[in-house]
Design a protein around this ligand. Sequence first.
Ligand SMILES: [Cu+2]
Length: 501
Amino acid sequence: MRRTLAAPVAASLAASLVLAGCSAIPGSVTSVDEAEFTNELAIPPLAPSRMVDGTRVFSLVAQEGTTEFRPGVETRTWGYDGSYLGPTLRAERGERVAVEVTNNLDQPTSVHWHGMHLPAAMDGGPHQEFGPGDTWRPTWEIDQPAATLWYHPHPHGTTEEHVYRGLAGMFLLDDDASRAATLPDTYGVDDIPVVVQDKVLDQNGQLDLTDDGGEPGILGNVVMTNGTVGAYQDVTTERVRLRLLNGSTARTYQLGFEDRQMDLVATDGGLLEAPLRLDDIRLAPGERADVVVTMEPGETTRLHSAEPDLGSVAAPFAMGANDAFDVLELRAADELAPSPEPAWEESQHDRADEVREADATETRRFELDENSINGKKMDMGRIDEVAEVGSTEVWEVRSTVQIPHTFHVHDVQFRVLSIDGEPPPPELAGPKDTVYLESGRDYRLLMRFEDYTDPDMPYMYHCHMLKHEDGGMMGQFVVAEPGQEAGAPGGYGPDGHQGDH
Ligand SMILES: [Cu+2]
C-alpha cells in the first residue's frame, strides 16, 4: 500500500501538483492558503488537578465534537475534555502524578506522554490501548528537568488519524532551575503554548484524511495554531515566550520572524545551557522549541514558516520544502510591562543528569529506509533491542532514502553528539527526544537508560511522521537487568499474535 518515492511516483506527484494549480485538491497540495489574522489565539486551559495521598491527579476524556475552524462551518473533530486538542497539564519535578484517561470514542486509543521519562507500562504506547468506555490510570514520578512535553494517542496503526482529528495537548514540567529563571512564565499571558498544525479541509469543511501516496504524509493547505486558523495574540510584556510544538502529522516547519531574531531557550527535553539567538528553527513533527521574542510597544509581527530545509529529498516541492507562510500574529500593546533578559542557573540535578559519551558501553545502529527500520517493520510481539539498566549508549541513526524521516525515542532524552562526524548545529545541542534526519547523514545520539526495568513491556523508537509510524517504521526496546533477556510483550507470542493468557 505504501509507495516508495521512486522516479515514477515523483513524476506523478509532479503531475498532480501541476494539475492542482492553486486550487485545493486534498492531499496533493502542498501550498498553504493565505490567512487573515483576525481570530484570537485559543489558549488551552491549564488542566485542573487534585491531590490524592500525595499524588497530583489529572483527568482527561477523549471525545468527539465539532470545531469551527472556519466561520459558520462545524468540522467534526476529536479532543480531550473539549472538541479539539486538550488542556495543558503541568507538574513539578519530584511530584508523583496520575492521569485518569477515559475513552469516549468509538474505538480504542492510547495516550503517550511524549518526552517523559517513566515506566514502560505507563508510557501510553500501543501496548496500553484502552477501549471505548474504559479508563486508563497511569501513574509515575516526574524525574527529569523542566521541559515542554506533550501528550497524544499512540494506538497501533491509527496514530495519524487520532492526532489529525485533534487529540493532543501539552504537558509542562517545572523544576528548581525553571522556577528561579528569569523567563516569561505567566501561562497564557507571556508564556504561550503554540501548537502548530496543518489540515486539509474538504469542500464540506470536514477533515480530509485521504492518502494520495504522497510523502511524508498529509500536507495540509490550512495552518492553525492551537486549533485557531489565522490567529493573533495580544502581547502586553516586552518579551513573550512561545512554546512551539510541531503537532502536525507530516509537515516540517521553519519557524521564525522575518523582521527580528529570537532567543531559543529550550529544546524538546528542557533548557539549553544559555539562550541562543536564532533567525529561525526547523521543527519536524513532534519537536518542540521554547523561544523568547522581544517586542516594541504598538508593533505587530508574525511568526512565519520559511521554506524548510528538508535536506536531500526526492521531490522537494511535493514535500512542503517550497512552502512559506505566516503562522501567528503578535500584537503588542501601546505600553508593555518590562521583562528581563532570559537567564537561568543550572538546576541542582544537572550534574546527576549529565550523560557522558565516555561512559557509553553499547553502540546500536538504525537504518531507516522508505518504510522500515533495519529492514524490519513494527511487530508488537518482537523486542528489537534490550538495553541494560544504568547503561549509556550511542545510537547511530541514518536515513538511507530521500524521504523526510525523523527519529523519536521513548523514555529518554538524548544528545545529538554529531552529524556526519561534525558537532551538531547549536539548536540541536540541547536535550532532544525527536530529531529530523536529513537523508544520507549519520546522526550519533547519546542516551542513558537510568531505571524502570521491565523485560516484558517495551518502549518504542520510531519515525514521527505519523503515516510512517503507522506503516510500521517503529521498533521496540526493553530496559532490563544485566543478563536478563527480553520477555513476551503484553502477551504477544513469538508469532506476533496475541495469544491466550
Ligand atoms: Cu518517516
